[in-house]
Each structure stands twice: as C-alpha cells, then as structure tokens.
Design a protein around this ligand. Sequence first.
Ligand SMILES: CC(C)(COP(=O)(O)OP(=O)(O)OC[C@H]1O[C@@H](n2cnc3c(N)ncnc32)[C@H](O)[C@@H]1OP(=O)(O)O)[C@@H](O)C(=O)NCCC(=O)NCCS
Length: 192
Amino acid sequence: MLEEEYQATHRPREAQRNLPPLETPFEYSIRDARLQDMPDVREIYNHYVANSTVTFDEVPMTLRQMRSKFQHATKLGMPFIVAESPSEQILGYAYVYPWKEKAAYRFTVENSIYLRPASTDKGLGKVLMAELIARSKAAGLKEIIAVIADKGAEASIQMHKNFGFKEIGHMGKVGFKFDRWLGTVLMQKSLK
Ligand SMILES: CC(C)(COP(=O)(O)OP(=O)(O)OC[C@H]1O[C@@H](n2cnc3c(N)ncnc32)[C@H](O)[C@@H]1OP(=O)(O)O)[C@@H](O)C(=O)NCCC(=O)NCCS
C-alpha cells in the first residue's frame, strides 16, 4: 500500500473524532393522520402488497379505497396515526378498524401497522404501537385483534407478543400468494 493510500484509509484518531456521524439521526413525531397523508400511506402499504406475504392483498390498494378506510375509521372515532420525519415524510402509520360490521362487535377492532422499509428495525414500530394502544383505550375500545401472516411476519408476531397480545388461534393454509400456501396467526389484547 502506498503511503498516501495508507493515510487516506487510516485517519489519525483525532481526525476520526471530528467526523460527522455516518447516519443522520432517526427523528420523527407522531400525529393524527390527515386525508392528505393517504397517498403516502397507500404507497407504504402497496410496497408490502407487491413484495411480501405480510398482507394477503395481491392487488395494489387504490387511493379511493385508502381514503375511504381512513374516513370510515376516523368517523367512528378510531385512531389513525402517522410518524412523520422532520422533512415531513411519512415514515409509517398505524390504525384500528372495526373487526366486523355487526353491532355487537362494536368494541372490537383489528389493528394495522406498516412502516416504510428504511424505517424498520429502529424502534419506531414499538412507539407507534404504544400510541395506537393508548389512543384505542382512550376511544373506549376494549379488544384489539391482530391477524398476522404465519410466514414472513416474524417481527410483527414478536412485537405483538411484547405488547401483551396473546395467540388465540392459528389458521393454516388460508392464503395462497407467490405460489405458496400461507396461514394466519390470530392474536388478541384486552384493553383493561
Ligand atoms: C412489524 C413492524 C411494524 C415492526 O416495527 P419495527 O420498527 O421494525 O420494530 P421495532 O424496531 O420497534 O421492534 C419491535 C420489536 O419487534 C421485534 N422485532 C423487530 N425486528 C425483528 C425481527 N427482524 N425478527 C424478530 N423480531 C423482531 C423485537 O422483539 C422488537 O422489540 P425489541 O427491540 O424490544 O426486542 C415493521 O417491521 C414493519 O412495518 N414491517 C413490515 C410490515 C408488517 O409486517 N406489518 C405488520 C403486519 S401484521
């Protein structure tokens, strides 16, 4: 190795100390979602529709469908929140939605949480989930159900367990995506 190459790759400790951090800090704030956020929310969700088995949707969700989901949930007073970066990019979202339309199910919801791929594994999922649970409780909801793919969604299953969701069932071979059969793990948390 030439002297100048060595100098370039082996900086003295003093110089290393003054280097800026390699990654910009991962900063965000959590707020209520707005109708104008739905194109970003849809983009995040459709990434997983096209590339993963964490959702059993195979056809990209339209903006109209995403807006109508948002409007229905918020009309019922159910939380729909987003994490936003300082430059106002939506990094992820979480919401709850009626588990079933029949009236007696009115205190039971299903949750949904998706992060932009570059925003995963940095603790944001935990923050959004904690906020979603707190807001669901404040809204008077009593039970949250998570329906999670039994393959490819290990992070989600583990995170739900960490938040006290209990496995209440496992349906095998109910979905067929990317040429393979998939099941779902059902998990439930009571908001006492
Ligand atoms: C699932 C998801 C919301 C989790 O959010 P995240 O920010 O990546 O996760 P966090 O960094 O907050 O970690 C939360 C917990 O998940 C678990 N976890 C995270 N990544 C994991 C992995 N690769 N494998 C197993 N467990 C993992 C850990 O238990 C972690 O808790 P800990 O750090 O206290 O140990 C996020 O990864 C995501 O959007 N994934 C793709 C979409 C998806 O699967 N959505 C859920 C559909 S049901």
